[in-house]
Design a protein around this ligand. Structure first.
Ligand SMILES: Cc1ncc(C[n+]2csc(CCOP(=O)(O)OP(=O)(O)O)c2C)c(N)n1
Length: 324
């Protein structure tokens, strides 16, 4: 199978998708105090490059299991921001929305699998989807995103073992932001690199040590090609840091500003670093950045209007698709 090279157009589009994801997350935090959102806002600020870089240029038939911080995956797959925002407002958009919150939202038309609020359980479901893809004889690959906290659940270990022995087409992507709610990774995890755990299951483990979208995209593309060629699963660990609160209002942050600044300097700034690189290569100008920002602001305003105007679910919908 031939690999796709990343060209300037790809880099510009990845930059735009990351920026859109960042501004979307900031907007939800801004809207939260209004009391109108039916959501806690588990934002991915500072981690946008992982979902965007991983999902960019996948085949439409491939499947994604985002983590609770997966907005970049939805946006990179082309889900309109007005849909995501309307779900956060608790509005009725289809048979399942808003029964699922935005951080577990399944959208089959975008190849996005439905998640649950039980941390770690989605790893087993993504593995099941990869088994189904293999049994049906498709060339689909499943990307499964989860945090460092989830990697300490039994689901992670059982899933990697099964995926390895059954040679399943799945790429496990651990967004290691060094924290699970308020538990630091130093209190929960004995290994330095979560990717080392891949060795215990006989599959490749890869560490991405900076907030670098090109590194993420390249590593995931390699793993996807392996999986599509029938060579089985890969575990990719992306070292990163959550720049904002676990969920809710930024004022609830328990970590110090110094701590967050330290990790930004250590791992890099996913959007700003790419912007600098693109400007240095002469493929992006300040004027173009302003235009992209203006378009995003406009689209966000429209999305807020759409979300506010959309109807709430009717009572008759409540028990639809409820089987037990
Ligand atoms: C089984 C389970 N335990 C606890 C929780 C509460 N909880 C929700 S998010 C979260 C942190 C998850 O951390 P991690 O997997 O590292 O992902 P991150 O939030 O850092 O992206 C916890 C403990 C839960 N939802 N499910």
């Amino acid at each position: 199978m031939v690999k796709m090279e990343i060209d300037n157009q790809d880099l510009l589009e990845m930059f735009r998708l990351m920026l859109l994801t960042r501004r979307f997350e900031e907007k939800t935090q801004e809207l939260l105090p209004s009391g109108k959102l039916q959501d806690f806002c588990h934002t991915c600020i500072g981690q946008e490059h992982i979902t965007v870089g991983a999902c960019y240029n996948l085949k439409e038939t491939d499947l994604i299991m985002p983590s609770l911080r997966g907005r970049g995956a939805y946006i990179a797959r082309g889900v309109p921001i007005k849909t995501l925002l309307a779900v956060m407002y608790g509005k009725q958009l289809g048979s399942t929305m808003p029964k699922e919150s935005v951080h577990h939202l399944g959208l089959p038309e975008y190849g996005i699998l439905v998640g649950t609020g039980i941390i770690g359980s989605d790893i087993a479901k993504a593995t099941g989807a990869a088994l189904a893809a293999k049994l049906r004889g498709t060339t689909q690959v499943v990307l499964d995103f989860f945090g460092d906290g989830a990697s300490n659940r039994g689901d992670f270990h059982e899933s990697l073992n099964l995926a390895a022995i059954w040679n399943l087409p799945v790429v496990y992507i651990c967004e290691n932001n060094h924290t699970a709610m308020s538990t630091s990774i130093t209190e929960s995890t004995a290994v330095e690199d979560i990717a080392d755990r891949a060795g215990g299951y006989g599959i490749p483990g890869v560490v991405i040590s900076r907030n670098d979208i090109i590194a993420v995209h390249t590593a995931v593309q390699d793993a996807v090609y392996r999986a599509r060629d029938g060579e089985g699963p890969t575990l990719i660990e992306c070292k990163t840091y959550r720049w904002s609160v676990h969920a809710g209002l930024p004022s609830l942050e328990s970590r110090s500003k110094e701590d967050i600044e330290f990790w930004k300097r250590k791992l890099g700034y996913p959007i700003m670093d790419l912007k600098k690189e693109l400007m240095m290569r002469g493929i992006l100008t300040k004027q173009e950045v302003s235009e992209i920002e203006a378009k995003i602001r406009h689209d966000l305003e429209e999305a807020v209007e759409f979300a506010k105007k959309s109807p709430f679910p009717v009572v008759e919908e409540a028990l639809k698709h409820v089987y037990a």
